[in-house]
Ligand binder design. Structure first.
Ligand SMILES: Cc1cc2nc3c(=O)[nH]c(=O)nc-3n(C[C@H](O)[C@H](O)[C@H](O)COP(=O)(O)OP(=O)(O)OC[C@H]3O[C@@H](n4cnc5c(N)ncnc54)[C@H](O)[C@@H]3O)c2cc1C
Length: 429
Protein backbone atom coordinates (compact mmCIF):
# COMPACT_ATOMS: atom_id res chain seq x y z
CA UNK A 1 0.00 0.00 0.00
CA UNK A 2 1.28 3.49 -0.79
CA UNK A 3 1.44 5.77 2.25
CA UNK A 4 0.50 9.43 2.11
CA UNK A 5 4.05 10.71 2.11
CA UNK A 6 5.69 8.04 0.00
CA UNK A 7 6.72 8.82 -3.59
CA UNK A 8 4.07 7.95 -6.12
CA UNK A 9 4.69 5.63 -9.04
CA UNK A 10 5.91 7.11 -12.27
CA UNK A 11 3.27 9.11 -14.10
CA UNK A 12 2.60 8.23 -17.70
CA UNK A 13 1.85 11.24 -19.86
CA UNK A 14 -0.07 11.35 -23.09
CA UNK A 15 -0.80 14.13 -25.49
CA UNK A 16 -4.10 15.40 -26.76
CA UNK A 17 -3.75 18.14 -29.31
CA UNK A 18 -0.31 19.10 -27.96
CA UNK A 19 -1.43 19.39 -24.35
CA UNK A 20 0.19 16.87 -22.07
CA UNK A 21 -2.21 15.02 -19.79
CA UNK A 22 -1.01 12.91 -16.93
CA UNK A 23 -2.43 9.43 -17.31
CA UNK A 24 -3.11 8.47 -13.75
CA UNK A 25 -5.85 6.05 -14.67
CA UNK A 26 -4.25 2.83 -13.45
CA UNK A 27 -6.20 1.92 -10.29
CA UNK A 28 -3.11 0.82 -8.38
CA UNK A 29 -1.64 4.31 -8.54
CA UNK A 30 -3.92 6.63 -6.69
CA UNK A 31 -6.74 4.68 -5.17
CA UNK A 32 -4.40 4.28 -2.20
CA UNK A 33 -3.90 8.02 -1.79
CA UNK A 34 -5.30 9.10 1.55
CA UNK A 35 -6.19 12.28 3.33
CA UNK A 36 -4.64 13.25 6.66
CA UNK A 37 -7.02 11.06 8.62
CA UNK A 38 -5.97 8.07 6.53
CA UNK A 39 -9.28 8.00 4.59
CA UNK A 40 -9.20 6.88 0.96
CA UNK A 41 -11.16 8.38 -1.92
CA UNK A 42 -13.01 5.32 -3.20
CA UNK A 43 -15.18 7.15 -5.74
CA UNK A 44 -16.62 5.09 -8.56
CA UNK A 45 -18.77 7.02 -11.04
CA UNK A 46 -22.25 5.60 -11.62
CA UNK A 47 -23.07 4.87 -15.29
CA UNK A 48 -26.37 3.00 -15.21
CA UNK A 49 -27.21 3.47 -18.89
CA UNK A 50 -23.69 2.82 -20.25
CA UNK A 51 -23.35 6.43 -21.31
CA UNK A 52 -19.62 5.83 -21.56
CA UNK A 53 -20.38 4.23 -24.93
CA UNK A 54 -21.33 7.69 -26.17
CA UNK A 55 -17.91 9.13 -25.33
CA UNK A 56 -14.81 9.11 -27.54
CA UNK A 57 -11.48 7.68 -26.42
CA UNK A 58 -10.22 11.26 -26.09
CA UNK A 59 -13.10 12.11 -23.73
CA UNK A 60 -12.34 9.08 -21.59
CA UNK A 61 -8.64 9.91 -21.37
CA UNK A 62 -9.40 13.47 -20.31
CA UNK A 63 -11.86 12.23 -17.73
CA UNK A 64 -9.45 9.68 -16.38
CA UNK A 65 -6.70 12.30 -15.99
CA UNK A 66 -9.09 14.72 -14.27
CA UNK A 67 -10.58 12.04 -12.04
CA UNK A 68 -7.20 10.87 -10.88
CA UNK A 69 -6.01 14.43 -10.31
CA UNK A 70 -9.04 14.97 -8.08
CA UNK A 71 -8.27 11.77 -6.14
CA UNK A 72 -4.63 12.63 -5.74
CA UNK A 73 -4.61 16.40 -5.25
CA UNK A 74 -8.07 17.57 -4.27
CA UNK A 75 -9.71 14.87 -2.14
CA UNK A 76 -6.94 14.64 0.46
CA UNK A 77 -7.08 18.39 1.25
CA UNK A 78 -10.52 19.72 0.40
CA UNK A 79 -12.23 19.02 3.71
CA UNK A 80 -9.53 20.91 5.62
CA UNK A 81 -9.73 23.91 3.31
CA UNK A 82 -13.53 23.97 3.46
CA UNK A 83 -13.44 23.81 7.26
CA UNK A 84 -10.89 26.66 7.32
CA UNK A 85 -12.93 28.57 4.71
CA UNK A 86 -9.82 29.00 2.60
CA UNK A 87 -9.22 28.56 -1.11
CA UNK A 88 -6.46 25.99 -1.81
CA UNK A 89 -4.33 28.23 -4.02
CA UNK A 90 -1.69 25.56 -4.50
CA UNK A 91 -4.16 23.65 -6.73
CA UNK A 92 -4.21 26.36 -9.40
CA UNK A 93 -1.20 25.02 -11.31
CA UNK A 94 -2.65 21.50 -11.47
CA UNK A 95 -5.99 22.83 -12.65
CA UNK A 96 -4.15 24.48 -15.53
CA UNK A 97 -2.31 21.25 -16.28
CA UNK A 98 -5.44 19.12 -16.58
CA UNK A 99 -6.90 21.69 -18.99
CA UNK A 100 -9.59 22.98 -16.64
CA UNK A 101 -9.00 26.63 -17.58
CA UNK A 102 -10.56 27.45 -20.94
CA UNK A 103 -10.68 23.90 -22.34
CA UNK A 104 -12.50 25.02 -25.50
CA UNK A 105 -10.21 28.00 -26.18
CA UNK A 106 -8.00 27.30 -29.25
CA UNK A 107 -4.46 26.04 -28.71
CA UNK A 108 -2.88 29.15 -30.22
CA UNK A 109 -4.16 31.14 -27.23
CA UNK A 110 -3.06 28.53 -24.70
CA UNK A 111 -6.41 26.73 -24.38
CA UNK A 112 -6.87 22.98 -24.85
CA UNK A 113 -8.89 23.26 -28.09
CA UNK A 114 -11.35 20.63 -26.86
CA UNK A 115 -15.03 20.17 -27.65
CA UNK A 116 -17.92 20.90 -25.29
CA UNK A 117 -18.37 17.32 -24.11
CA UNK A 118 -14.75 17.37 -22.90
CA UNK A 119 -15.41 20.69 -21.17
CA UNK A 120 -18.49 19.22 -19.47
CA UNK A 121 -16.59 16.13 -18.37
CA UNK A 122 -13.86 18.27 -16.79
CA UNK A 123 -16.41 20.33 -14.85
CA UNK A 124 -18.17 17.14 -13.71
CA UNK A 125 -14.98 15.60 -12.38
CA UNK A 126 -14.01 18.79 -10.56
CA UNK A 127 -17.41 19.30 -8.98
CA UNK A 128 -17.51 15.67 -7.91
CA UNK A 129 -14.56 16.83 -5.77
CA UNK A 130 -15.96 20.20 -4.73
CA UNK A 131 -18.30 22.81 -6.25
CA UNK A 132 -16.00 25.60 -5.06
CA UNK A 133 -13.06 24.30 -7.07
CA UNK A 134 -15.30 23.83 -10.10
CA UNK A 135 -16.49 27.41 -9.58
CA UNK A 136 -12.92 28.68 -9.78
CA UNK A 137 -12.42 26.82 -13.06
CA UNK A 138 -15.81 27.94 -14.44
CA UNK A 139 -15.11 31.58 -13.68
CA UNK A 140 -11.64 31.44 -15.20
CA UNK A 141 -12.70 29.59 -18.36
CA UNK A 142 -16.26 30.68 -19.05
CA UNK A 143 -16.48 34.12 -17.49
CA UNK A 144 -12.98 35.50 -18.03
CA UNK A 145 -11.28 33.65 -20.91
CA UNK A 146 -14.45 33.22 -22.98
CA UNK A 147 -15.31 36.97 -23.11
CA UNK A 148 -11.69 37.91 -23.78
CA UNK A 149 -11.56 35.38 -26.61
CA UNK A 150 -15.03 36.17 -28.02
CA UNK A 151 -15.38 39.93 -27.48
CA UNK A 152 -11.77 41.01 -26.98
CA UNK A 153 -9.26 42.59 -29.36
CA UNK A 154 -6.40 40.50 -30.73
CA UNK A 155 -4.02 42.35 -28.37
CA UNK A 156 -6.21 41.49 -25.38
CA UNK A 157 -6.32 37.84 -26.42
CA UNK A 158 -2.55 37.60 -26.79
CA UNK A 159 -1.88 39.53 -23.60
CA UNK A 160 -4.16 37.60 -21.23
CA UNK A 161 -5.30 34.21 -22.55
CA UNK A 162 -2.06 32.16 -22.45
CA UNK A 163 -1.37 33.17 -18.85
CA UNK A 164 -4.97 32.56 -17.81
CA UNK A 165 -4.84 29.06 -19.35
CA UNK A 166 -1.94 27.99 -17.14
CA UNK A 167 -3.25 29.73 -14.03
CA UNK A 168 -0.23 32.01 -13.92
CA UNK A 169 -2.86 34.76 -13.99
CA UNK A 170 -6.29 34.40 -12.37
CA UNK A 171 -9.46 36.30 -13.22
CA UNK A 172 -12.91 37.08 -11.84
CA UNK A 173 -16.20 38.28 -13.34
CA UNK A 174 -18.08 41.27 -11.99
CA UNK A 175 -21.74 41.46 -12.96
CA UNK A 176 -23.83 41.23 -9.76
CA UNK A 177 -24.26 44.38 -7.69
CA UNK A 178 -25.62 44.87 -4.16
CA UNK A 179 -28.98 46.04 -5.55
CA UNK A 180 -29.00 44.17 -8.87
CA UNK A 181 -28.70 40.38 -8.82
CA UNK A 182 -31.36 38.60 -10.87
CA UNK A 183 -31.86 41.85 -12.79
CA UNK A 184 -28.32 42.77 -13.90
CA UNK A 185 -29.68 45.18 -16.53
CA UNK A 186 -30.42 47.61 -13.69
CA UNK A 187 -26.71 47.92 -12.82
CA UNK A 188 -25.39 51.31 -11.69
CA UNK A 189 -21.64 50.72 -12.04
CA UNK A 190 -20.59 53.12 -14.78
CA UNK A 191 -17.79 54.38 -17.01
CA UNK A 192 -17.20 57.88 -18.28
CA UNK A 193 -15.13 58.63 -21.37
CA UNK A 194 -12.22 60.85 -20.34
CA UNK A 195 -10.45 61.02 -23.69
CA UNK A 196 -7.43 58.77 -23.18
CA UNK A 197 -9.09 56.55 -20.52
CA UNK A 198 -12.40 55.56 -18.92
CA UNK A 199 -13.26 56.52 -15.36
CA UNK A 200 -14.91 53.59 -13.58
CA UNK A 201 -17.14 53.94 -10.50
CA UNK A 202 -19.40 51.49 -8.66
CA UNK A 203 -19.33 48.19 -6.81
CA UNK A 204 -19.89 44.51 -7.52
CA UNK A 205 -20.86 41.91 -4.94
CA UNK A 206 -20.62 38.11 -4.55
CA UNK A 207 -17.69 37.82 -6.92
CA UNK A 208 -15.97 34.41 -7.00
CA UNK A 209 -12.14 34.55 -7.06
CA UNK A 210 -12.22 38.32 -6.38
CA UNK A 211 -9.92 38.28 -3.34
CA UNK A 212 -6.97 36.85 -5.27
CA UNK A 213 -7.75 37.58 -8.93
CA UNK A 214 -5.17 39.48 -10.98
CA UNK A 215 -7.79 40.80 -13.38
CA UNK A 216 -11.54 41.37 -13.34
CA UNK A 217 -13.88 41.31 -16.34
CA UNK A 218 -16.29 44.06 -15.30
CA UNK A 219 -19.65 45.06 -16.79
CA UNK A 220 -20.57 48.73 -16.50
CA UNK A 221 -22.87 51.25 -18.19
CA UNK A 222 -21.42 53.96 -20.42
CA UNK A 223 -22.80 57.51 -20.64
CA UNK A 224 -25.43 56.35 -23.15
CA UNK A 225 -26.62 53.67 -20.71
CA UNK A 226 -25.16 50.81 -22.77
CA UNK A 227 -23.55 47.91 -20.93
CA UNK A 228 -19.86 47.54 -21.81
CA UNK A 229 -17.24 45.04 -20.69
CA UNK A 230 -13.74 45.97 -19.61
CA UNK A 231 -10.68 44.39 -18.07
CA UNK A 232 -9.63 45.91 -14.76
CA UNK A 233 -6.22 44.96 -13.39
CA UNK A 234 -5.25 44.57 -9.74
CA UNK A 235 -3.08 47.49 -8.77
CA UNK A 236 -5.10 50.12 -10.65
CA UNK A 237 -5.59 53.01 -8.25
CA UNK A 238 -9.01 53.03 -6.56
CA UNK A 239 -9.70 49.32 -7.21
CA UNK A 240 -10.12 47.10 -4.13
CA UNK A 241 -11.46 43.56 -3.55
CA UNK A 242 -12.61 43.03 0.06
CA UNK A 243 -13.30 39.38 0.93
CA UNK A 244 -16.76 38.14 1.92
CA UNK A 245 -16.62 36.13 5.15
CA UNK A 246 -18.92 33.84 7.15
CA UNK A 247 -20.27 31.78 4.23
CA UNK A 248 -21.78 28.37 5.02
CA UNK A 249 -21.50 27.41 1.37
CA UNK A 250 -18.61 27.22 -1.13
CA UNK A 251 -16.28 27.65 1.80
CA UNK A 252 -13.24 26.53 -0.21
CA UNK A 253 -13.96 29.19 -2.87
CA UNK A 254 -12.93 32.78 -2.24
CA UNK A 255 -15.77 35.30 -2.68
CA UNK A 256 -15.49 39.06 -2.50
CA UNK A 257 -16.57 42.48 -3.65
CA UNK A 258 -15.12 44.66 -6.38
CA UNK A 259 -15.05 48.33 -5.43
CA UNK A 260 -14.25 50.98 -8.02
CA UNK A 261 -13.53 54.47 -6.77
CA UNK A 262 -12.56 56.71 -9.68
CA UNK A 263 -10.53 53.94 -11.33
CA UNK A 264 -8.72 55.05 -14.50
CA UNK A 265 -9.00 52.19 -16.99
CA UNK A 266 -6.96 52.50 -20.23
CA UNK A 267 -9.07 52.57 -23.38
CA UNK A 268 -7.37 49.48 -24.75
CA UNK A 269 -8.94 47.49 -21.87
CA UNK A 270 -12.53 47.78 -23.15
CA UNK A 271 -14.04 44.97 -25.24
CA UNK A 272 -14.45 46.53 -28.69
CA UNK A 273 -16.89 44.00 -30.11
CA UNK A 274 -19.82 43.95 -27.73
CA UNK A 275 -22.35 46.16 -25.99
CA UNK A 276 -25.61 45.48 -24.17
CA UNK A 277 -26.75 42.69 -21.86
CA UNK A 278 -25.97 40.06 -24.49
CA UNK A 279 -22.27 40.42 -23.56
CA UNK A 280 -22.52 39.13 -19.98
CA UNK A 281 -25.40 36.78 -20.87
CA UNK A 282 -23.19 35.10 -23.50
CA UNK A 283 -20.64 34.38 -20.75
CA UNK A 284 -23.33 33.10 -18.39
CA UNK A 285 -24.46 30.64 -21.06
CA UNK A 286 -20.98 29.16 -21.13
CA UNK A 287 -20.77 28.90 -17.37
CA UNK A 288 -24.30 27.54 -16.97
CA UNK A 289 -23.44 24.82 -19.46
CA UNK A 290 -20.48 23.78 -17.28
CA UNK A 291 -22.63 23.87 -14.15
CA UNK A 292 -25.19 21.58 -15.81
CA UNK A 293 -22.46 18.92 -16.07
CA UNK A 294 -20.73 19.89 -12.84
CA UNK A 295 -23.65 19.71 -10.42
CA UNK A 296 -24.31 16.14 -11.58
CA UNK A 297 -20.75 15.36 -10.50
CA UNK A 298 -21.64 16.41 -6.95
CA UNK A 299 -24.78 14.25 -7.19
CA UNK A 300 -22.76 11.28 -8.43
CA UNK A 301 -20.33 11.58 -5.52
CA UNK A 302 -23.19 11.75 -2.98
CA UNK A 303 -24.92 8.74 -4.55
CA UNK A 304 -21.70 6.72 -4.64
CA UNK A 305 -21.02 7.54 -0.97
CA UNK A 306 -24.58 6.69 0.12
CA UNK A 307 -24.58 3.42 -1.82
CA UNK A 308 -21.30 2.28 -0.27
CA UNK A 309 -22.47 3.32 3.20
CA UNK A 310 -25.82 1.54 2.79
CA UNK A 311 -24.06 -1.71 1.98
CA UNK A 312 -21.70 -1.45 4.95
CA UNK A 313 -23.73 0.09 7.77
CA UNK A 314 -25.58 -2.57 9.75
CA UNK A 315 -28.68 -1.84 11.85
CA UNK A 316 -31.26 -4.32 13.12
CA UNK A 317 -28.90 -7.10 12.08
CA UNK A 318 -28.58 -6.27 8.38
CA UNK A 319 -27.10 -3.60 6.08
CA UNK A 320 -29.38 -0.56 5.93
CA UNK A 321 -29.29 -0.96 2.13
CA UNK A 322 -31.44 -4.05 2.56
CA UNK A 323 -34.35 -1.96 3.87
CA UNK A 324 -36.93 -0.92 1.28
CA UNK A 325 -36.98 2.73 2.37
CA UNK A 326 -33.23 3.07 1.76
CA UNK A 327 -33.47 1.25 -1.56
CA UNK A 328 -36.21 3.65 -2.65
CA UNK A 329 -33.89 6.58 -2.00
CA UNK A 330 -31.03 4.98 -3.95
CA UNK A 331 -33.32 3.94 -6.81
CA UNK A 332 -34.68 7.47 -7.15
CA UNK A 333 -31.19 8.96 -6.97
CA UNK A 334 -29.74 6.81 -9.73
CA UNK A 335 -32.82 7.36 -11.91
CA UNK A 336 -32.54 11.16 -11.68
CA UNK A 337 -28.76 11.09 -12.13
CA UNK A 338 -29.12 8.91 -15.24
CA UNK A 339 -31.77 11.22 -16.76
CA UNK A 340 -29.50 14.19 -16.02
CA UNK A 341 -26.47 12.48 -17.58
CA UNK A 342 -28.37 11.84 -20.79
CA UNK A 343 -29.67 15.41 -20.87
CA UNK A 344 -26.23 17.00 -20.51
CA UNK A 345 -24.66 14.60 -22.99
CA UNK A 346 -27.25 15.61 -25.61
CA UNK A 347 -26.76 19.26 -24.71
CA UNK A 348 -23.01 18.76 -25.19
CA UNK A 349 -23.57 17.40 -28.69
CA UNK A 350 -25.81 20.38 -29.55
CA UNK A 351 -23.31 22.83 -28.06
CA UNK A 352 -20.40 21.31 -29.98
CA UNK A 353 -22.51 21.65 -33.16
CA UNK A 354 -23.27 25.26 -32.15
CA UNK A 355 -27.00 24.44 -32.00
CA UNK A 356 -27.68 24.63 -28.23
CA UNK A 357 -30.02 27.47 -27.30
CA UNK A 358 -29.67 29.58 -24.17
CA UNK A 359 -33.04 28.17 -23.07
CA UNK A 360 -31.86 24.58 -23.39
CA UNK A 361 -28.77 25.40 -21.33
CA UNK A 362 -30.94 27.12 -18.74
CA UNK A 363 -33.16 24.03 -18.42
CA UNK A 364 -30.17 21.73 -17.96
CA UNK A 365 -28.58 23.99 -15.33
CA UNK A 366 -31.78 24.09 -13.32
CA UNK A 367 -32.43 20.36 -13.66
CA UNK A 368 -28.92 19.27 -12.69
CA UNK A 369 -28.79 21.48 -9.61
CA UNK A 370 -32.25 20.38 -8.49
CA UNK A 371 -31.25 16.73 -8.92
CA UNK A 372 -27.97 17.30 -7.09
CA UNK A 373 -29.63 19.04 -4.16
CA UNK A 374 -32.22 16.26 -3.80
CA UNK A 375 -29.57 13.56 -4.02
CA UNK A 376 -27.31 15.34 -1.53
CA UNK A 377 -30.13 15.87 1.00
CA UNK A 378 -31.25 12.23 0.78
CA UNK A 379 -27.68 10.91 0.89
CA UNK A 380 -27.03 12.98 4.00
CA UNK A 381 -30.00 11.40 5.73
CA UNK A 382 -28.88 7.92 4.70
CA UNK A 383 -25.58 8.48 6.45
CA UNK A 384 -27.37 9.25 9.72
CA UNK A 385 -25.26 11.17 12.23
CA UNK A 386 -22.10 10.52 10.22
CA UNK A 387 -23.69 12.49 7.40
CA UNK A 388 -23.26 15.79 9.19
CA UNK A 389 -19.51 15.35 9.68
CA UNK A 390 -16.56 16.12 7.46
CA UNK A 391 -15.74 12.41 7.42
CA UNK A 392 -17.86 12.29 4.28
CA UNK A 393 -18.18 14.75 1.40
CA UNK A 394 -21.99 14.75 1.41
CA UNK A 395 -22.81 17.65 3.70
CA UNK A 396 -20.12 19.80 2.07
CA UNK A 397 -21.71 19.10 -1.34
CA UNK A 398 -25.15 19.84 0.07
CA UNK A 399 -24.09 23.21 1.44
CA UNK A 400 -22.10 24.08 -1.69
CA UNK A 401 -25.12 23.39 -3.86
CA UNK A 402 -27.09 26.08 -2.01
CA UNK A 403 -24.85 28.59 -3.81
CA UNK A 404 -24.91 26.73 -7.12
CA UNK A 405 -28.71 26.84 -7.04
CA UNK A 406 -28.54 30.64 -6.61
CA UNK A 407 -25.70 31.83 -8.82
CA UNK A 408 -25.79 31.94 -12.60
CA UNK A 409 -29.55 32.45 -12.37
CA UNK A 410 -31.72 31.18 -9.53
CA UNK A 411 -34.16 28.28 -10.04
CA UNK A 412 -36.97 30.86 -10.28
CA UNK A 413 -35.20 32.75 -13.04
CA UNK A 414 -34.54 29.56 -15.01
CA UNK A 415 -38.16 28.50 -14.66
CA UNK A 416 -39.17 31.90 -16.05
CA UNK A 417 -36.76 31.46 -18.97
CA UNK A 418 -38.34 28.10 -19.87
CA UNK A 419 -41.81 29.51 -19.27
CA UNK A 420 -41.16 32.44 -21.58
CA UNK A 421 -39.67 30.13 -24.21
CA UNK A 422 -42.66 27.81 -24.36
CA UNK A 423 -45.40 30.44 -24.06
CA UNK A 424 -43.76 33.37 -25.81
CA UNK A 425 -44.93 35.51 -22.88
CA UNK A 426 -42.53 37.43 -20.60
CA UNK A 427 -43.27 36.87 -16.90
CA UNK A 428 -40.09 38.54 -15.63
CA UNK A 429 -41.69 41.87 -14.87
C1 LIG B 1 -21.14 32.04 -3.63
C2 LIG B 1 -21.60 32.93 -4.73
C3 LIG B 1 -20.73 33.23 -5.78
C4 LIG B 1 -21.12 34.11 -6.79
N1 LIG B 1 -20.24 34.45 -7.79
C5 LIG B 1 -20.56 35.45 -8.66
C6 LIG B 1 -19.59 35.93 -9.61
O1 LIG B 1 -18.46 35.41 -9.71
N2 LIG B 1 -19.92 36.99 -10.40
C7 LIG B 1 -21.16 37.59 -10.33
O2 LIG B 1 -21.37 38.55 -11.07
N3 LIG B 1 -22.11 37.13 -9.46
C8 LIG B 1 -21.83 36.09 -8.63
N4 LIG B 1 -22.78 35.65 -7.72
C9 LIG B 1 -24.05 36.35 -7.64
C10 LIG B 1 -25.24 35.54 -8.08
O3 LIG B 1 -25.25 35.40 -9.47
C11 LIG B 1 -26.50 36.23 -7.54
O4 LIG B 1 -26.51 35.99 -6.13
C12 LIG B 1 -27.77 35.71 -8.18
O5 LIG B 1 -27.87 36.15 -9.51
C13 LIG B 1 -29.03 36.16 -7.43
O6 LIG B 1 -29.00 37.53 -7.17
P1 LIG B 1 -29.33 38.08 -5.69
O7 LIG B 1 -28.48 37.31 -4.74
O8 LIG B 1 -29.21 39.55 -5.72
O9 LIG B 1 -30.82 37.65 -5.42
P2 LIG B 1 -32.15 38.45 -5.90
O10 LIG B 1 -32.06 38.75 -7.36
O11 LIG B 1 -32.40 39.57 -4.96
O12 LIG B 1 -33.25 37.33 -5.70
C14 LIG B 1 -33.84 37.02 -4.42
C15 LIG B 1 -34.98 36.02 -4.64
O13 LIG B 1 -35.98 36.62 -5.47
C16 LIG B 1 -36.26 35.77 -6.58
N5 LIG B 1 -36.59 36.57 -7.76
C17 LIG B 1 -35.89 37.59 -8.30
N6 LIG B 1 -36.51 38.07 -9.39
C18 LIG B 1 -37.65 37.33 -9.55
C19 LIG B 1 -38.70 37.31 -10.51
N7 LIG B 1 -38.72 38.13 -11.56
N8 LIG B 1 -39.69 36.41 -10.34
C20 LIG B 1 -39.67 35.52 -9.31
N9 LIG B 1 -38.71 35.49 -8.37
C21 LIG B 1 -37.69 36.37 -8.51
C22 LIG B 1 -34.98 34.96 -6.79
O14 LIG B 1 -35.23 33.75 -7.47
C23 LIG B 1 -34.50 34.76 -5.36
O15 LIG B 1 -35.15 33.64 -4.82
C24 LIG B 1 -22.42 34.70 -6.75
C25 LIG B 1 -23.30 34.35 -5.72
C26 LIG B 1 -22.92 33.48 -4.72
C27 LIG B 1 -23.87 33.16 -3.62
Amino acid sequence: MIGFNQPLPEIITFEIRHRKYKDLSCPSKYTDTMDKSGKKDLYEAPDYYLIDDLLSEEHKLIRSAARDWVKKELSPVIEDYAQKAEFPKHLIKGLGEIGAFGPTIPLEYGGAGLDYIAYGILMQELERGDSGIRSTASVQGSLVMYPIYTYGSEEQRRKYLPRLATGEMMGCFGLTEPDHGSNPGGMVTNIKDKGDHYLLNGAKMWISNAPFADIAVVWAKDEAGKIRGLIVERGMEGFTTPETHNKWSLRASATGELVFDQVKVPKENIFPEISGLKGPLGCLNQARYGIAWGALGAAMDCYDTALRYAKERVQFGKPIGAFQLQQKKLAEMITEITKGQLLVWRLGVLKTENRATAEQISMAKRNSVEVALDVARNARQMLGGMGITGEFSVMRHMMNLESVVTYEGTQDIHLLITGMDVTGLNAFK
